[in-house]
Design a binder for this molecule. Structure first.
Ligand code: SAM
Length: 249
């Protein structure tokens, strides 16, 4: 039987998943940032701040960040803001629509040569071995069909001593919050998607894809299998999100 992958709650041929994911993000690109604020009640900002704290870009020397599945540039903008003048960020995403919004936002922020955009698949990166000080991915890894390949590529392009940091939705582990979260996810979010982005289906996919993603321990094991050392994670907001980290040593 051919390999399959989850697309939300459906099993689809592995080869078909990426095109379906791409359709989702083409559809939502222009409303993506607004929807992020609405759906997460602004919390995605605090989650991304925690990621930037982990990346800890230095103020006094060059620092090269690769933000995978970087979409409209949010993580890269935050790392640039916190780093020094010699911080450089590359936003890599497979979706031209998301990157286009990112380029417009970068121009409005006058980021100039501090930021670059690359349209590429996280499973096959067009970058040299050991070229980045940090590789990040926020709310992106669950969309990638072959997660093991993307982790291997992240490891390959990291410098020795570099850190991989991943933010992803996870499993709620607070009694009571889990039921509230389920109700919110399966009812409120698709309704918001319909009202604000005119697209309930894409947001249903996003919710379902969260439920299919490996749990924290299983994902940590995948990081170790890709070669990362000192692998750790911590839960935020009752487990709604987890921040994963591993080092190339
Ligand atoms: N990181 C951004 C953020 O936190 O706001 C965007 C996250 S968005 C939920 C997921 C992104 O993953 C989309 O921009 C999508 O195009 C991208 N993506 C999906 N599959 C990808 C792949 N195979 N390689 C690179 N990016 C991918």
């Amino acid at each position: 039987m051919a390999d399959t992958a989850h697309f939300g709650s459906r099993q689809v041929p592995l080869e078909a998943k990426q095109a379906m994911v791409d359709d989702v993000f083409h559809s939502v690109a222009r409303r993506y940032d607004l929807m992020n604020d609405l759906m997460s009640l602004g919390l995605h900002r605090a989650w991304k701040d925690a990621l930037v704290t982990a990346v800890n870009p230095p103020k006094d020397r060059a620092f090269f960040l690769l933000d995978l599945a970087g979409g409209t540039g949010d993580v890269a903008f935050r790392v640039l803001k916190h780093g020094g003048a010699a911080t450089r960020a590359t936003v890599c995403d497979i979706n031209a629509g998301m990157l286009e919004v990112g380029r417009e936002r970068a121009a409005a922020l006058a980021l100039g040569e501090a930021i670059a955009f690359a349209e590429a698949n996280a499973e096959a990166l067009p970058f040299a071995d050991r070229s980045f000080d940090a590789v990040t991915i926020a709310f992106g890894i669950r969309n990638v069909p072959r997660i093991d390949r993307a982790l291997a590529e992240a490891f390959r392009v990291l410098k020795i001593g570099g850190r991989f940091v991943c933010l992803e939705f996870s499993g709620v582990d607070v009694p009571g919050l889990d039921r509230l979260y389920d109700f919110y996810s399966f009812n409120v979010i698709p309704a918001l998607g319909r009202m604000v982005a005119g697209d309930a289906e894409s947001y249903r996919y996003l919710v379902e894809s969260i439920r299919r993603f490996p749990d924290r321990q299983a994902f940590a094991a995948m990081l170790r299998a890709a070669g990362f050392a000192r692998v750790s994670f911590h839960s935020m907001t009752g487990g709604i999100v987890a921040l994963h980290s591993g080092w190339r040593l």
